[in-house]
Write a protein that binds this ligand. Sequence first.
Ligand SMILES: NC(=O)c1ccc[n+]([C@@H]2O[C@H](COP(=O)([O-])OP(=O)(O)OC[C@H]3O[C@@H](n4cnc5c(N)ncnc54)[C@H](OP(=O)(O)O)[C@@H]3O)[C@@H](O)[C@H]2O)c1
Length: 264
Amino acid sequence: MNVVYIGLGEMGGRMAVHIKKAGYNLIVYNRTLSKAKRFAKKYDCDYVDSIPAACGNGRVIMTCLRNDKVVKNVMSQILKYSRPGTTIIDNSTTNYELAQKLYRKAKKKKINFIDAPVTGAEKGAEKGDLATSVGGDYKAFKKVEKILSTYSSTVTYMGPSGHGQLTKITNLMISFNIKQGLIEGLEFANAFGIDRSKLLRVLLNGSSYSFQAAKHADNFLKNKLKDRIITSLTKKDALIAVKNIKKKKLRLQSTELFAKIINK
Ligand SMILES: NC(=O)c1ccc[n+]([C@@H]2O[C@H](COP(=O)([O-])OP(=O)(O)OC[C@H]3O[C@@H](n4cnc5c(N)ncnc54)[C@H](OP(=O)(O)O)[C@@H]3O)[C@@H](O)[C@H]2O)c1
C-alpha cells in the first residue's frame, strides 16, 4: 500500500522510518526538499517535490506539521488535490476545532480525515513507542490502524473528530504542570546549594519520577532545564490549552498560570 508522509521534522522524520520498515510503500515530501531527498536516499523510498504530486501518489496521506497555521495551509492543498476515498491522517498537534473543520471539509469530498496526535517526544518517535490518540470515523480508523501501530506502543480510538486532539491537549496540560514543578524544584534546590546529581538520583527513584523528569535528566544536571523545557512548541500547545479552558469557562489555574509565565 502507498503511504505518503508529509513533514519530515523531528517527529515526522522519525515516525516515517517505522512505516517504511513495516513494509509500506512510503513516499515522502517536505517543504525543505533536501530533507525529503536525504530521507528517500537513506531509507530507500521515493520522494515527491510538491503536494499535488504527493496527493497523486497515495490513498493514505499522513502529515506531521509545525502548528495550526501550517496544517491549515497544507491541508487546503491536500484536500484540493486528493481523490475521493483518500484517508488523511494528521499526526500534528493542533486545536481540536481545526481538526473538526478539516474533517467536515474532507467529508464533502468523500475523503476521510483522522486526527491522530502523538505523545512520547522524539525518543518515542525514534523507538516507535509513541502513544497515539485518534479522532474521526471508526471505520476509517480501523482501515489505517496498522499504519499508526508501526510507530506507537498504543493507538487509542477516542471517538469522533477532534477527540484525538482533545486527548493530546489533556495530556499536555498534565505534563505542563510536571514541567513547571521540575523547573521550580530545581530553582529551589539550587538556592540551597543541593547537589544536583544526588538530587536527581533521589527524584528518579522516588515519587517525583515522571517521563519528563527522565527525559530532561541531562538538562537538570546541566542546570539548563528552563531553556530546554520551554520550547516554541510548548508555548503553542499552552495557548491551545488556554483557548479551550476559556471556551468552557473553566478555571484551571495551574495551566493558565503556566501559559502566562512561558508566553510573557
Ligand atoms: N517534538 C516533539 O517532542 C513533539 C511531540 C509530540 C507532538 N509534536 C507535534 O508534532 C508536530 C511536529 O513537531 P516537530 O517537533 O516534528 O516539529 P519540526 O521539527 O519543527 O517539524 C515541523 C515540520 O513542519 C514543516 N513546516 C513548517 N512550516 C511549514 C510551512 N510553512 N509549510 C510547510 N511545511 C512546514 C517543516 O518543514 P521544514 O523542514 O521545511 O521546516 C517540518 O517538516 C507539531 O505539531 C508538534 O506540536 C511534537
